[in-house]
Design a protein around this ligand. Structure first.
Ligand SMILES: Cc1cc2nc3c(=O)[nH]c(=O)nc-3n(C[C@H](O)[C@H](O)[C@H](O)COP(=O)(O)O)c2cc1C
Length: 153
């Protein structure tokens, strides 16, 4: 199935797989299986591996309240398959937190869900917060509240 999909999808378009680093139940997927799965996909030519975790079974006890609670799975795959582009997700919302995950080599790409729904311009705001707001389209350069004439008076 994964091979057939790889062959069918154009090489000019990114193709990745989002899969569980844990099912959060005893007897669920084990980390060595997760790593083997990721390695096989990478060797098959998948462009990125996206590590999540989830509720495959109703009794799963998911510790979703902790910032970056799934990064450990991305990190484990990244360590084992360093040439793969690995994406982390789950309670990543702060620009510096995202930057640290990438800078430390735990993952190569950050995915955000709720933070993007809450603020669709999150990438722009994160770039500005990290001091990398240069090169934005001109209309955005004056969009920040600090540039609004009269704001805060
Ligand atoms: C109760 C719960 C169930 C989840 N189930 C799944 C799932 O079935 N599949 C999945 O890919 N991710 C699942 N996730 C994890 C997601 O990777 C992650 O929480 C989601 O993408 C939200 O990202 P955000 O924290 O940036 O909003 C689950 C998370 C929680 C807290």
């Amino acid at each position: 199935m994964a091979q057939a999909l790889r062959e069918a999808w154009p090489r000019t378009k990114a193709l990745g797989v989002r899969f569980n680093g844990s099912d959060w139940v005893e007897g669920g997927v084990a980390l060595d299986e997760v790593i083997a799965f990721g390695r096989a996909l990478h060797e098959m030519g998948y462009d990125y591996l996206h590590l999540t975790s989830g509720g495959n079974v109703a009794r799963a006890d998911i510790p979703g309240a902790e910032p970056g609670y799934q990064v450990r799975f991305a990190e484990a795959v990244k360590q084992a398959v360093p040439d793969a582009a690995v994406m982390a997700v789950g309670m990543i919302f702060d620009p510096q937190q995202a930057e640290d995950i990438v800078a430390s080599g735990q993952a190569d790409i950050i995915a955000i869900a709720r933070a993007a729904l809450d603020d669709p311009n999150w990438p722009h705001h994160a770039a500005v917060a990290l001091g990398q707001g240069e090169g934005l389209p001109p209309q955005y350069e004056r969009a920040g509240k600090a540039h609004w004439p009269g704001y805060g008076r």
